[in-house]
Write a protein that binds this ligand. Structure first.
Ligand SMILES: *Cc1c(COP(=O)(O)O)cnc(C)c1O
Length: 475
């Protein structure tokens, strides 16, 4: 369908006439529309919108374009701009990529229980740094020490803003100006900005690389030991795997070496998996408890990867070392906020009941949900779409694979079901863009010239809106 410009009288008006008919800022504000906007939106926002619209109309007129300058038409444009200016920039969207811990889409979703605890403790005063039994000043970290100890078996714990901060803080506390031995196969980059060599540099520790990319032997560590060695660091190769002719020194061996030479061994675990997921068909990630049992002195992991909580960095390990970290003034600069602390506490508490944790922590639920459930959701999306869009797009439920994301389980593919769309009148790229630019945005992926809506990461409560968005994008 092509639209011809409305054949209206304005064509015959001169530029000067048109300009004179353009409503003024004052007229716009005093109109019934203006009064309505002022009642619902900040005056500043309304004024900015009015000025922007009048300005752009004036430019159109001066460029010789014919434009509707009636108060109704101008007001329609203003209203659109007011709404756009008043909308949050950070907003919810529908993740139809199938990537569960999508770093760009906010990683882990918080559980209802975590949200409730945040809401309850953030809307009133709390004992964040107050000891109720003594009436004295307390420590914010004290609230989650017991639960983390109980769940992980570690002696003590401290939490910071994210795992990058956790690693940085450990290096700063124990290795400033001294050497840290790391295998070359573990000098990883995670998410673009976290690179072990750079974090090391920022902390003031000196990186002592040992071994080669594919093979590192215990003797490599031993040969690198010197009077300046501060600690041995083992980094989990979160987002990639070296396969083939490879060898790495298991953490157990490093722990033995550390004991022998009286050096702390730090394991940066990344994911923070708290449940042995192989029972649920997800293999390949060591649990935090297993790593603690190896005897590593310090273990660090993220709060919003496999743990499924808020963005946070969890540092657990020997009491003496954790106390040293707590005395580091740098901790203050990385200290965890009360809302994060509340959601972290609630998330950890959920792990006391493993079966409930699997069902109620969204990240775990999405990773372990039975394939039949994903298929049922994909079929539901399909059946809600088929009648309305079959004339505009090919549509099918297809088997595919999703990813864990978040630098976890890089080699594990999760069988999934997706709704595949191949539009007839627009390109797949256009459909992807329309869905992305909609409200709420729907983020899907393109594969083999089809748009795939992966049912693994679509929430049941989002299905209706998703279907509306697809219909609108294809109409
Ligand atoms: C993800 C990851 C980090 C960084 O954690 P953030 O919580 O994103 O700061 C550090 N180390 C490893 C091994 C990781 O996988």
């Amino acid at each position: 369908m092509t639209t011809t410009p409305p054949l209206c009288y304005k064509r015959h008006m001169t530029i000067r006439e048109q300009l004179s008919q353009l409503p003024s800022v004052d007229e716009c504000l005093k109109s019934s529309y203006g009064q309505k906007w002022l009642a619902s939106f900040p005056r500043k926002t309304v004024l900015r919108a009015v000025r922007e619209v009048i300005d752009s109309k004036r430019k159109e007129i001066l460029n010789g374009a014919s434009t509707d300058v009636s108060i109704e038409a101008v007001s329609r444009d203003i209203e659109t701009v007011v709404k756009k200016l008043s909308a949050y920039k950070l907003r919810p969207l529908i993740n139809a990529t199938g990537i569960v811990m999508h770093t760009n889409l906010g990683r882990s979703l918080l559980s209802e229980r975590a949200l409730a605890h945040v809401s309850a403790t953030a809307r009133s005063f709390s004992n964040l740094e107050y000891e109720i039994p003594t009436g004295k000043r307390g420590k914010r970290y004290s609230h989650i020490q017991d639960i983390i100890r109980e769940l992980t078996g570690a002696e003590d714990a401290v939490v910071v803003n994210n795992n990058a901060a956790a690693v940085l803080l450990c290096l700063d506390t124990f290795a400033k100006g001294r050497e840290v031995i790391v295998s070359r196969g573990e000098l990883v980059e995670i998410g673009g900005s976290f690179r072990i060599p750079e974090v090391m540099k920022a902390s003031g520790a000196i990186l002592r690389e040992v071994g080669t990319t594919n093979k590192t032997h215990p003797a490599d560590y031993e040969n690198a030991l010197c009077g300046d060695t501060a600690l041995l660091l083992k980094v989990h190769q979160s987002n990639y795997r070296i396969t083939g002719f490879t060898e790495e020194v298991p953490l157990e061996k490093l722990v033995k070496l550390g004991k022998e030479f009286r050096l702390p061994v730090v394991a940066d675990l990344g994911s923070g998996c708290m449940i042995n997921l192989s029972k649920y068909g997800v293999h390949g990630e060591p649990t935090v408890q297993e790593v603690v049992r190896t005897g590593a002195d310090i273990v660090t992991f993220s709060g919003d990867k496999l743990l499924g909580g808020p963005q946070a960095g969890i540092i657990i390990g020997r009491g003496k070392l954790i106390r040293k970290i707590q005395k580091n003034p740098m901790l203050r600069a990385m200290r965890i906020d009360k809302m994060t602390l509340a959601s972290l506490e609630a998330t950890f508490m959920q792990y006391l009941d493993e079966e409930k944790a699997i069902k109620e922590i969204p990240t775990l639920r999405m990773l372990t949900q039975p394939l039949s459930e994903i298929k049922r959701r994909a079929k539901r999306i399909f059946s809600l779409l088929i009648k309305d869009i079959s004339a505009r797009s090919a549509l099918a439920v297809v088997a595919d694979e999703s990813q864990a994301g978040g630098g976890s389980l890089p080699e594990v593919n999760f069988p999934t079901f997706a709704v595949s769309l191949k539009p007839f009148t627009i390109s797949v790229n256009e459909l992807e863009k329309k869905l992305r630019l909609g409200d709420p945005p729907v983020i899907a992926r393109i594969k083999d010239n089809a748009l795939l809506i992966d049912a693994r990461t679509v929430q049941d409560k989002e299905v209706k809106v998703l279907v509306e968005r697809v219909k609108a994008a294809l109409s």
